[in-house]
Ligand binder design. Structure first.
Ligand code: MN
Length: 293
């Protein structure tokens, strides 16, 4: 059974109020494999639209994939990294990292996706790591379509990016009609980024995502050319508490991270950037958060 998800529009916590389209998590779809979060923003002429001051993450990996524009990443491990289209920033938060992101003036458009991958329990307390990958493998598909594989494996092609569960993440440039070489043990999502796109005969509007169960095939069609994002993975069956920028396993763990971040404890080393300041964690909900699938 396939399901089409239209995004919620949320304001990014930035100083310029860019609209974010959020397809995951969604009321009808919590995750796809270990992909638990999918934000898509732009294209916008507001090239200075992403100015996110220092904030923490734990228990997850962030994947930043720009289609247009440039974003500078800085983090508490000392990394300063410019990110351009066709390149991947992969930040493994493990037990904790803080970072900031600032889009750069000098391009004429800003357009990007940011995703989170939940870390499995076996590795989620690892030390933080950061990878920048600018030379990613490309899979040539029927009829001139291409896939740039930034996470995991698609067909015969694998990204060198370090992930901890079986996954795929790829940018698709689709021309004509073809069947994607999907792993039948994975569930998948295909996000329409731009252009006229059909998946298995369903027309997808820009920013809509179609969910495909394990074993479902994907025939993608675009008469005029389309860009899409493919994500997928083995169903991930660990119960999670996702709150703000943290992914934990119970309420108390989240409370402890929140308190130590807001107290600027030594677990979160400060770093210098051009934005300045740090984003405090919001108030907790009034109820105990329960782990859920
Ligand atoms: Mn972040």
């Amino acid at each position: 059974m396939s399901l089409i998800v239209s995004p919620r529009v949320v304001k990014l916590t930035t100083r310029t109020e860019v609209d974010i389209k959020r397809n995951l998590p969604h009321q009808t779809l919590r995750r796809i494999g270990a992909w638990v979060f999918l934000d898509h923003f732009g294209p916008t002429k507001q090239v200075d639209g992403m100015v996110v001051a220092a904030h923490p993450h734990s228990g997850l990996q962030t994947v930043t994939w720009p289609f247009a524009g440039m974003v500078e990443h800085r983090d508490s491990t000392g990394v300063v990294q410019m990110l351009r289209p066709g390149q991947l920033n992969l930040m493994t938060a493990g037990s904790g990292i803080s970072h900031s992101e600032q889009s750069q003036v000098g391009t004429d458009s800003l357009h990007a996706a940011q995703l989170w991958i939940a870390l499995p329990d076996s590795v989620r307390h690892m030390a933080a790591e950061f990878e920048h990958l600018s030379d990613l493998p490309v899979l040539h598909l029927d009829g001139g379509s291409v896939a740039t594989v930034f996470i995991g494996t698609l067909g015969r092609v694998s990204s060198p990016a370090k992930v901890f569960t079986p996954l795929v993440g790829a940018e698709l440039q689709i021309k004509g009609s073809l069947e994607l070489p999907l792993d039948a043990s994975f569930e998948h999502g295909i996000l329409a980024v731009n252009g006229n796109l059909f998946v298995n005969g369903h027309r997808l509007e820009t920013d809509q995502l179609i969910y495909l169960e394990p074993g479902e095939r994907a025939v993608v069609t675009s008469e005029t050319g389309a860009t899409a994002l493919l994500i997928g993975g083995e169903p991930f069956d660990e119960k999670l508490v996702m709150w703000w920028n943290f992914i934990g396993r119970d309420h108390d763990e989240i409370v402890a991270w929140r308190e130590s971040w807001n107290a600027a404890s030594v677990e979160w080393p400060a770093f210098v950037d051009e934005i300045g300041g740090r984003i405090p964690a919001p108030e907790l909900p009034n109820v105990r958060m329960r782990p859920r699938l």
